[in-house]
Design a binder for this molecule. Sequence first.
Ligand SMILES: Cc1ncc(COP(=O)(O)O)c(C=O)c1O
Length: 391
Amino acid sequence: MKIPLLDLGAQLKPLRDEILESLTKVIDSTTYIQGPEVIGLENEVARYSNTASAIGVSSGTDALLVALMALKIKPGDRVLTTPFSFFATMGVILRCGAIPVFADIDPVSYNIDPSAMADVLAQDKGKTIKAIIPVHLYGQCADMAPILSMAKQYEIPVIEDAAQAIGAEYPDKTGEWSRCGAMGDGGCFSFFPSKNLGGIGDGGMVVTTDTKFGESIRMLRNHGMEPKYFHSEIGGNFRLDPIQATVLRIKLKHLEEWHAARRKNAATYDTLFADTRLIADNDLKVPVAVYKKQAELSSISRNYHIYNQYIISVKKRDELVQWLRSKHIGCEIYYPVCLHEQKCLKGLIEKPNLLHAQRAARHTLALPVYPELTLQMQTYVVDQIVDFYTS
Ligand SMILES: Cc1ncc(COP(=O)(O)O)c(C=O)c1O
């Protein structure tokens, strides 16, 4: 059996005719920049994420960059974030000329640890930290209540890196649920093909509950131009193509069912692994859905985790990767090197010791969890992992 990490062909199959028809319409319309498909998607994503504005942009990276530009992050500023994320989270900080500051992650959720953040913020006597970027890693929200409370205390804006987490929800202490992207000053989605809502190329979106902030981003994504050929700000070309927008509008209609299917697959893995000796023998840990209990207590179903990735933590991780690949099972390491240990930072910051992030980089591994995965495929994956540890 061959099991890829992600099977975009299986997702495309039932939607192919509808997508081709919509692409033909865009091509025949000759509106190739902005236009009704982009506006339509923006309205739908704003509604989906409970925000006042949604601004289509060229990628998740550019969503983060334009959000930091709108906050006027400048050389010499510092931006607080997690050391365990895709490079873009840190890359955009550096591209503004700012310096990243890291707080370690929580070893259970792999998201930034609010108590570690509290220490970093308390040490920032010069108030040089000008923004906070929590990342909702793998499709599960960071612990936003304490993060937002600290942000308020220190008067620092929060940009949610929700690239992997569109639709994920967070329960606050009162039992109210918030959609990711709607909690901070702005939220950034990626429509990279491997995301739960993925285009046929690059794309992204910034969402915000602050209409004024939204207007600023809308202007910056198009060279800071308003009206035409008048530039009061320096922006860039961060526009989303209508070709992507039209495909994403079709896929958005299926997003909730895909999230649910991924959650079902995650639950299946949890059960299959629980039936082995791997957990008891401490060879493997399954991912922890931190907000699952609250979700089960609520009256309607909640996206407590959208499982963009199903991440196990294992002993002998690199050998297991080789084993799974030899068995034609797709898997990936997200991420083998922490942000604070990347070569491009050399000389820019003093390398901190962020032990939980460093441990996660050594032990975590993503298994296939895409919606179209079958029980038979998942059983095969688990059987092969058992074989690895018992052979
Ligand atoms: C956490 C995180 N941030 C930012 C990005 C950047 O998104 P994009 O690839 O659309 O530029 C990604 C995408 O991989 C991501 O996973």
